[in-house]
Design a protein around this ligand. Structure first.
Ligand code: NAD
Length: 339
């Protein structure tokens, strides 16, 4: 099979590329990525050595480029990870979020109906459901929870989900959607909570924590997310939404303290800063459907996953130091454009 992975130079997309190269060695994996600030060819360096892998640079919102990609690669499956993904950046500048997350998704769907496809899978987020109160631990997001977004990021992701379902109903495009909780693991861009805290702690810099630090997120090790998506491709029912989460809710401040503890650093490094605008209080996913219908369960305990992640950042200093210093922006041209 030919599988296009859009956004495969980013955090989860790249982990998915590696997962699929290992899990489905017969299949061809084609990464299509614009290489925004969040895309990184260094992350794909190992994949570039595999002859079942191909990288194509391009924008999912560029219709001509996407149609050319479909004509050349003849995909059986498209998994769309490509997105502007950082809530804080969406608050600063929403427009690019609409362009990539909404228009980009519509262009991919148009390509699917024009050229035909076995499956289009949309990688979505639990943030489309809005948030839950801290004092109702009995409440969880299910697949039938109303969409109720808080940030321009989540509004753009929810819009994309609606389009995906509309293309299924109107044009019979064979789609599935997954909505996952917060991921953590290797190759996570340094602007996100866990890598930011690890990197600052290593440099004995202050660890900025929003508000009172009590906002709760449901954390899932990235490889468990990849396994769930592959299972949806293999066994999921077309036209369905699957929530993915590990019942692993943690207050941000507890996650930060766990990291400090792992690194043997003092809690005095924590610095509370002004809260994010519209900051969602609690996300909590109910993954019963994917568990009961497809047999998926997460395999990584948070204690093990966070240990492995901290170790990965210790072992791969060059990867994040290059990002921080901005050198990685030149990497693609230096390494790959003349090939
Ligand atoms: P990321 O920001 O690390 O990576 C995004 C990738 O998409 C980058 O490689 C970037 O270059 C590429 N990209 C951006 N705009 C593009 C465009 N117009 N055309 C082609 N490529 C483009 O994001 P991530 O954290 O890996 O998230 C991947 C997907 O998973 C997103 O759709 C996100 O909404 C979703 N998601 C993320 C999480 C999480 O915890 N990170 C949780 C649930 C869902």
């Amino acid at each position: 099979m030919n599988i296009i992975v859009t956004g495969g130079a980013g955090f989860i997309g790249a982990n998915f590329v590696y997962y699929m190269l290992k899990k489905r060695p017969e299949d061809k994996i084609i990464c299509f990525d614009k290489l925004t600030y969040a895309g990184n060819m260094e992350t794909l360096a190992e994949a570039m050595k595999n002859d079942k892998f191909r990288f194509v640079r391009g924008d999912i919102a560029d219709r001509k480029a996407v149609y050319k990609l479909f004509e050349t690669e003849k995909p059986d499956i498209v998994v769309n990870f490509a997105a502007e993904s950082h809530v804080d950046r969406s608050i600063e500048n929403p427009e690019i979020f609409l362009q990539t997350n909404v228009i980009g998704t519509s262009v991919l769907l148009d390509a699917c109906r024009r050229y035909g496809i076995d499956r289009y899978h949309q990688v979505s987020t639990d943030e489309v459901y809005g948030d839950l109160p801290l004092d109702r631990p009995d409440l969880f997001f299910t697949e039938t929870t109303n969409l109720h977004t808080s940030s321009p990021y989540s509004a753009s992701k929810a819009s994309a989900d609606l389009l995906v379902m509309a293309y299924h109903r109107t044009y019979k495009v064979p789609v599935t959607i997954s909505r996952c909780s917060n991921n953590y693991g290797p190759f996570h861009f340094p602007e996100k909570l866990i890598p930011l805290m690890i990197i600052n702690a290593l440099a004995d810099k202050k660890l900025p924590v929003y508000g009172d630090g009590l906002n709760v997120r449901d954390w899932l090790f990235v490889e468990d997310h990849c396994a769930a998506i592959n299972l949806i491709l293999e066994k999921g029912k077309v036209g369905e939404v699957y929530n993915i989460g590990g019942h692993n809710e943690r207050a941000n401040i507890d996650v930060v303290k766990t990291i400090l503890n792992q690194l043997g650093k003092v809690e005095g490094l924590i610095e509370y800063v002004g809260d994010r605008k519209g900051h969602d209080r609690r996300y909590a996913i109910d993954p019963t459907k994917i568990h009961e219908e497809l047999g998926w369960l997460p395999e990584t305990k948070f204690e093990d996953g966070i240990k492995a992640t901290v170790q990965w950042y210790l072992d791969n200093r060059q990867w994040w130091e290059n990002i921080i210093s901005g050198e990685y922006k030149d990497y693609y041209d230096r390494m790959y454009t003349k090939k």
